[in-house]
Write a protein that binds this ligand. Structure first.
Ligand code: FPP
Length: 241
């Protein structure tokens, strides 16, 4: 199905730091996991909304390399939620024409979750309606460190010369090598920080820090934030002609 985007000058790639699930649940006297479950429903709606907003690439921060410091029960609950999400949503995402990929360090995740991630990536590998990238056990410093290690091996084994390393070569070793850079990074829930998300890739992104908690991030909120993007004057370091 072809959908005419509401905003043809809008961002091609939107990345979202989905914050505020815990506070949203606490405000309702419910456990934090209740907020994460409500957040998972908003992920589905955000993906559904992308075509009409003209957003081809959506990247979401689901679990950071720092999130292991949460209580054992919250971490276990989140991991179970990710497994259930893939089990329940795979066919729907496939029908929507969504291509799903994961970025982050997979080895530390449990093997069942890793298998489900592989399955969903394979199932949707030929889809092209929306490219959904889920950052799971992702941290930008970890990503750059892993990329640098692989780059060092290429140089040590003489497949690459040090003087051949430039920003394109380095970017090709990042987890995001198959993605364009984000045009717009949204963080929900009021904090104005980046928390180790896509540090390299967001060098020229616009940022939107909004007060809405992630479980209240409706398609209307998404449309409003994306709508503001069209009016921005992006110069990428140059002076406007
Ligand atoms: C941050 O809110 C949110 C997370 C660490 C988890 C994000 C996960 C989801 C939205 C669940 C669904 C995702 C997928 C891909 C199914 P927080 O807990 O830090 O909130 P707080 O700052 O209010 O405590």
């Amino acid at each position: 199905m072809t959908v005419t985007p509401i905003n043809p000058d809008g961002p091609n790639h939107v990345a979202i730091i989905m914050d505020g699930n815990g506070r949203w649940a606490t405000q309702r006297g419910r456990p934090r996991l209740f907020g994460h479950q409500a957040g998972a429903k908003r992920v589905r709606q955000a993906v559904e909304t992308c075509p009409q907003l003209g957003v081809k690439y959506l990247t979401i921060f689901a679990f950071s390399t720092e999130n292991w410091k949460r209580t054992q029960s919250e971490v276990a609950g989140l991991m179970a939620l990710f497994r259930r999400y893939i089990q329940r949503e795979s066919n729907y995402l496939h029908r929507l024409g969504t291509r799903v990929r994961f970025i982050g360090e997979r080895e530390k995740l449990d093997s069942k979750l890793q298998k489900l991630m592989d399955f969903l990536e394979k199932l949707t590998e030929h889809n092209d309606t929306t490219h959904l990238t889920i950052a799971l056990n992702y941290g930008a410093r970890d990503e750059v460190t892993r990329a640098t290690q692989r780059l060092a091996v290429e140089i040590a084994e003489k497949r690459l010369k040090p003087e051949q390393v430039n920003s394109e070569v380095l970017a090709s070793f990042l987890d995001t090598c198959m993605l364009p850079d984000p045009d717009l990074v949204i963080r929900t829930s009021g904090e104005a920080r980046i928390s180790n998300f896509l540090l390299w890739q967001s060098a020229y992104a616009e940022y939107e820090f909004i007060d809405t908690h992630w479980p209240d991030f409706t398609p209307d909120v998404f449309e409003t934030v994306v709508g503001r993007f069209g009016g921005r004057d992006r110069r990428f370091g140059a002076v406007k002609a």
